[in-house]
Design a protein. Structure first.
Length: 211
């Protein structure tokens, strides 16, 4: 019986050590997933590509409106010119049609839309957010791109707001052809980092360092 006591103590110590390791692991995981900034919770984030094709998206009635405007201007010009001639003055030069130039460019343009929805969990109204979209290779921690944005907002305590940025810059500097057929959400893993918070009372996070 006495010989069993050291063995039982050893088993108990192993159990206690294992439990302690589990607690530390859980605490470390919580620390990694907890946001590194106060008062702002990112509820969702996404990005997408929008295409504008002038040949397809142009106004189909613009030519008719331009023609009507030209005819009205020509009629008014003719009446004014006749009045000048009757008064012995020189006639006005004729009005020529001026094209809006809408069909001048046929190049397809791409816009990248970066979006997130946040909630103000703090006690003060938020007026400014500087945030970054970080893009990783799916299933890895390899960063392949990062975009920083400045949004002037009015988010009262407890309120939510949707921030949307349209940019000509893609998530990454180079484009992987293998991702051409994938949805934006499948091309990269997206993370949002809050880098600066400006409050309505003039204070900021992180606070300015006093020199």
């Amino acid at each position: 019986m006495v010989g069993l006591l050291p063995r039982l103590d050893s088993e108990a110590m192993k159990i206690l050590c294992a439990g302690f390791v589990l607690v530390l692991s859980a605490a470390a995981a919580a620390a990694q997933t907890a946001p590194q900034w106060p008062d702002v919770v990112v509820l969702e984030s996404s990005w997408r590509i929008e295409k504008y094709n002038p040949a397809v998206d142009k106004d189909p009635f613009s030519a008719n409106r331009e023609q009507q405007a030209t005819e009205q201007a020509q009629k008014a010009n003719a009446e004014a010119s006749d009045n000048r001639v009757r008064q012995g003055e020189n006639a006005l030069p004729p009005v020529t049609r001026q094209s809006s130039g809408q069909s001048g460019s046929t190049k397809v343009r791409l816009s990248y839309i970066y979006e997130m929805r946040v909630r103000n969990t703090g006690p003060k109204e938020i007026r400014l957010l500087i945030w970054e979209c970080v893009f990783l290779e799916p299933g890895t921690t390899n960063e392949v791109g990062r975009r920083r944005f400045v949004s002037r907002v009015r988010i009262k305590p407890g309120a939510t707001s949707r921030l949307l940025i349209s940019s000509s810059k893609s998530p990454t500097v180079t484009f992987d052809v293998a991702k051409a057929g994938l949805k934006p959400s499948d091309q990269y893993t997206q993370q949002v980092l809050i880098q600066n918070i400006g409050y309505a009372d003039g204070t900021n996070w992180p606070p300015s360092k006093v020199r």
